[in-house]
Design a protein around this ligand. Structure first.
Ligand code: ZN
Length: 433
């Protein structure tokens, strides 16, 4: 497959960007019809407005969702099995993981994607990047960042799954200049170093690429957790967004004002509940059409994640559209006491409470129209806070007052660090059970 790369495309005018994307999108749709059994079946009889402007062309294409992927997983593979070199899995909606086959070309494309993201947030080949995300267990993130660092020419330290003590030793000995990891782990690591009498801000790390959890809120300001990371480490934190199915990632640039889309790698839409495209600034579901993917190409893939789009020139000089922070997942929307909210805002409020050492949130159905949420926490050893105070603090931030249960660490850890899940479980949805 031909590469779709145009390294400086984000610095072109919006019209030039759209013209280039239109060409790439048409090529992509033709590739899907010719190679993907699923799209061959779905689209070969459809009247696709190939010559129409991009908005119209997109509107003439069907959406693809996670249920389609689960139901017809193998039908989405567009290459012979012998051309697949890595199999990634993504947790599906029914608990059955979805297989995503990557070819050599797809991994190179991903390396280019991550290298562009690293360059955007100021990293160069002189950097030493500490990767705290694992490269195994069929995850793609760790491998993607490793390949991106390699493409950039920077040095990686692939420390993956390790203890805080192990990490402290790595930071002391190898003096990384940048770190990639999940914000809650980075905060924990900062706390550990401080308790050990060390000052994380005096370490060598100046840039932190935050994955998997939001560090910014709806107003684009850093959440308490993000602010604490910047302060503790004396480093800048850059938010990212990624989805394994679309082989595409977004990362903030040095201006820290939303994750840049790489226009030669994907087309971004935000849609409402009925599938209609939404204008900039309106919250809706992220829909991505990754360009130039060979193994499992997708058209208008509904990620299930909710946020908004930002356009207009960025202070960094790029004109590519940017993605706001992920505010929640569509399926996890909660209706509590007449207010709509999403688990990430509750989790962010809990993460910001100094007395709380670990936590999760569970949801139950009260009635068909209303949910009930319970916040489960364990407290730090010297904390004196009571559940009433935690509930009041949450009410001040969320406008709803959840039930709060203080639980022994062991009981809570069994849920949060369940062996059945690859990631910490911080939202347990018992609605409809
Ligand atoms: Zn920018």
């Amino acid at each position: 497959m031909k590469s779709t790369r145009y390294p400086r495309i984000a610095f072109r005018s919006p019209d030039e960007i759209e013209a280039r994307q239109s060409v790439l999108l048409r090529e992509h749709v033709r590739y899907c019809i010719n190679h993907s059994p699923y799209y061959k079946k779905t689209l070969s009889d459809a009247r696709i407005p190939f010559e129409a402007p991009m908005g119209e062309l997109l509107a003439g294409l069907p959406l693809t969702d996670k249920h389609d992927l689960e139901k017809d997983n193998d039908e989405f593979r567009a290459v012979a099995l012998r051309r697949v070199i890595d199999i990634v899995t993504s947790s599906g909606t029914t608990g059955q993981p979805t297989r995503i086959p990557y070819t050599e070309h797809d991994l190179k494309r991903l390396a280019y994607n991550e290298a562009k993201s690293f360059i955007g947030c100021g990293l160069t080949r002189d950097d030493v990047i500490l990767l705290t995300c694992t490269l195994d267990r069929c995850f793609i993130a760790g491998l993607a960042y490793f390949l991106g660092a390699r493409y950039l020419g920077a040095a990686s330290i692939r420390n993956g799954h390790d203890t805080l003590e192990g990490y402290a030793g790595i930071i002391r000995r190898h003096r990384p200049t940048a770190l990639v990891g999940v914000p809650s782990f980075i905060r924990k690591m900062g706390g550990y170093l401080r308790e050990a009498g060390l000052n994380p801000a005096a370490a060598s790390i100046r840039r932190i690429v935050a994955i998997g959890e939001p560090v910014r809120g709806r107003d684009m300001k850093l959440l308490e957790s993000g602010r604490e990371i910047e302060e503790t480490w004396g480093a800048c934190v850059y938010s990212t967004y990624a989805s394994s199915e679309t082989v595409t990632t977004f990362c903030e640039c040095v201006a820290q004002q939303g994750g840049h889309l790489h226009p030669d790698l994907a087309v971004l839409e935000i849609i409402d509940d009925d599938g209609n495209p939404l204008p900039n600034g309106k919250i809706g579901e992220v829909v991505l059409t990754p360009l130039g993917v060979e193994g499992m190409p997708l058209i208008r893939f509904r990620t299930g994640d909710l946020t908004f789009r930002i356009s207009g020139p960025c202070p960094c000089g790029r004109n590519s559209v940017r993605l706001g922070p992920i505010l929640g997942r569509r399926a996890q929307m909660l209706k509590v006491q007449g207010t709509t909210l999403y688990p990430p805002s509750i989790l962010a409020a809990l993460a910001a409470m100094e007395e709380v050492s670990d936590y999760y949130v569970s949801a139950h159905s009260d009635t068909a129209l209303s949910d009930r949420i319970t916040v489960h926490v364990t407290l730090k050893r010297d904390a004196t806070i009571c559940s009433e105070t935690i509930a009041s603090r949450l009410r001040a931030q969320l406008r709803v007052r959840p039930a709060v249960l203080i639980e022994p660490e062991n009981t809570l850890r069994k849920i949060v660090y369940s062996p059945a899940s690859r990631k910490p479980v911080r939202f347990v949805d018992r609605r409809g059970i």
